[in-house]
Ligand binder design. Sequence first.
Ligand SMILES: Cc1ncc(COP(=O)(O)O)c(C=O)c1O
Length: 389
Amino acid sequence: MSSRFDIIYNRRGSGCFKYDALKMLYGKDDLLSLWVADMDFAVSDQIQEALAARLNHPVFGYNLRLDDFYEAVINWQQRRFGWQVARSEIIAVPGIVPGIILSILSLTNPGDGVLIQTPVYRPFQDAVNDHGRRLICSALLNENGCYRIDWQDFELKLKEARLFILCSPHNPVSRVWSREELIRIGELCSKYKVRVFSDEIHQDIVYAGHQHIPLASLQDFQDICITGISPSKSFNVAGLATAVLLVSNPELFTRVNDLNQKMHLYLGNSFGIRALIAAYRDSEPWLCELLAYLEENRKLIMDFLGSELPDIKLSPIEGSYLAWLDFRAWDLEESQLQAALVQKARLALDPGEKFGVEGSGFQRLNFGCPRSILMEALDRLKTLAKDYK
Ligand SMILES: Cc1ncc(COP(=O)(O)O)c(C=O)c1O
């Protein structure tokens, strides 16, 4: 049976980063594009209708978020995660990365240590380095493809840090942290008085057998946390630049909120605001359908790699639509691997080194695409693999 997610939309020429930047970034554009983390799917009917309705009012001045915006966020977090957030704890921002930078600037001083767990979403390290803070990395341990925290190293590094940026669920290694892991993270951060920016942008995309738990919903960790969430990944509206920070501790709230105001980042985008409401309030059935489709894509990757390409090791995909592939058995330099994928297989994936040195020899594959495209990508990998047996 066909699905709405099987439809292939031609995104080229729409000013789309994923396709229109291929030539600039990969040197050619006749590639299957499975890199940057947005999906090739149309948004829900509810979001399309909400945007069309907003367009029908042809005045686009400054915005004020009304009750429906805050209620949509509060109800979503309550319903999906059992976490009660108050309206007074919500800061609207144009994106999670701007939220991370606001938090770094308002909660740390130049030269302060900021800890991340590598390999991890590239802008974490850029946000620290670009703003004159000291980057501290605690590498995750890779045990036969399964990633876990090196607790000894994590604790050691926390002693030098003022802020820790957690990626939960984790991009690119697709971990959904367990309750025990989160409690241990929270307890250690509390012990060393380290604040946590918990980037939970992938919170809604989690597979059977796993459960996303907001760090701030556990114990008294809300006192040390700034949580970033947004509909941009789950509902595919990254281009509408709308996210929120959830901050219960009044002191942290004031510091981050003041800077958000001073930077004039708070007014928001007329369409992004409507999209967030239509996503969280009206699009849950669409999300359920999406999760079922992604689950099938995930299974396809697991089965295909397992049976056809056992040399490429896949980390267990617990959450997100990102697969982390280990090509080290091919024994290629990073540049050779990249050239083989682009020139021979005509595939644009994300090179693992982007996520930290630990990512060398790995690639990230975005499977938020129609299944026929994913199948074609896997077939191309299979053909390429014949050269590296
Ligand atoms: C972990 C993580 N955080 C943040 C972002 C980007 O967030 P935003 O576009 O809201 O800045 C992404 C996008 O891929 C991501 O994977």
